[in-house]
Design a binder for this molecule. Structure first.
Ligand code: DGL
Length: 266
């Protein structure tokens, strides 16, 4: 059986990337809902309908669990989907809790999409963990557009981020939470702008750890005998229902994985 991982677009590859490192023996269906991206500027009701369509696709494709690799879709739709579908649904959310813990009294900036910032789920999370009122929320909708058109490093990206961050005294911050999976592609530009000691954090590792835990608990984890080789056809990629199969499409995916690997260590 498969594990479904989906996002509105290429941001979700961050979680697939992490899953391939931590759970290399599984088979994955990666689904980017590119026809409907971005999700972050839509209403919750619209996002719930879109996520429902993807969940339907995942159950038709023999998925034993689904990772919502999109903070926006998790905030707007995870609870509704858990009531509707029987398979485990694991969602990513902004890593606010570890950020507050690790910022050692300095401020925490949480960057996400406009819908995630508006949603009650994030507001409640902040209320729960931010006793000292150190957390600020910032919506960065344009980064998703840049990422979807493959523009990761450019003057326009840098100018956009410099402008958005100019409202904050960055020296007062200890952590920047990347609360949208698309934002991981821009860690090099963030690094350029942020003071050296501001650390960047996102929820992908915790989410895949949670996936591993759920698979173990439901006895669904795949284990290979030492002699078996991991085969590299263990991921199928879909864009709003159409499978990416051409050499050109798969080469682009490889490039994105390589970029994410470089960003992982920043
Ligand atoms: N990557 C998604 C997230 O983590 C949102 C991108 C979008 O706006 O579609 O929130």
């Amino acid at each position: 059986m498969n594990i479904g991982i989906f996002d509105s677009g290429i941001g979700g590859l961050t979680l697939l990337h992490q899953a391939l490192v931590m759970l290399p023996n599984e088979k994955y269906i990666f689904y980017a809902d590119t026809d409907n991206a971005p999700y972050g500027t839509k209403s919750s009701a619209q996002v719930i309908t879109l996520v429902d369509n993807v969940m339907h696709f995942m159950t038709e494709h023999n998925c034993k669990a689904v990772v919502i690799a999109c903070n926006t879709a998790t905030a707007a739709a995870a609870e509704t989907m858990r009531r509707k579908y029987k398979i485990p649904i694991i969602g990513i959310e902004p890593a606010v809790k570890p950020a507050v813990r690790e910022s050692h009294g300095k401020r925490v900036l949480v960057a996400a999409t406009p819908l995630t910032v508006r949603e009650e789920k994030l507001q409640n999370l902040v209320k729960r963990v931010d006793d000292a009122h150190l957390v600020d929320l910032l919506a960065l909708p344009r980064l998703v557009e840049f990422a979807e058109r493959g523009e990761f490093e450019s003057d326009a990206v840098e100018q956009y981020l410099r402008e958005a961050l100019s409202a904050y005294v960055l020296e007062k911050y200890g952590e920047l939470v990347l609360g949208c999976t698309h934002f991981n592609y821009f860690k090099d530009t963030f690094r350029k702008i942020l003071p050296k000691d501001v650390h960047m954090i996102d929820g992908s590792e915790g989410t895949i750890r949670q996936l591993a835990f759920v698979l173990e608990r439901t006895s669904q984890a795949e284990t290979l005998r030492a002699s078996e080789q991991k085969n590299d056809t263990s991921v199928r990629y879909f864009s709003s229902g159409r499978e990416w199969k051409s050499e050109q499409e798969l080469a682009y995916i490889r490039q994105l994985h390589e970029r994410l690997e470089r960003m992982r260590v920043l």
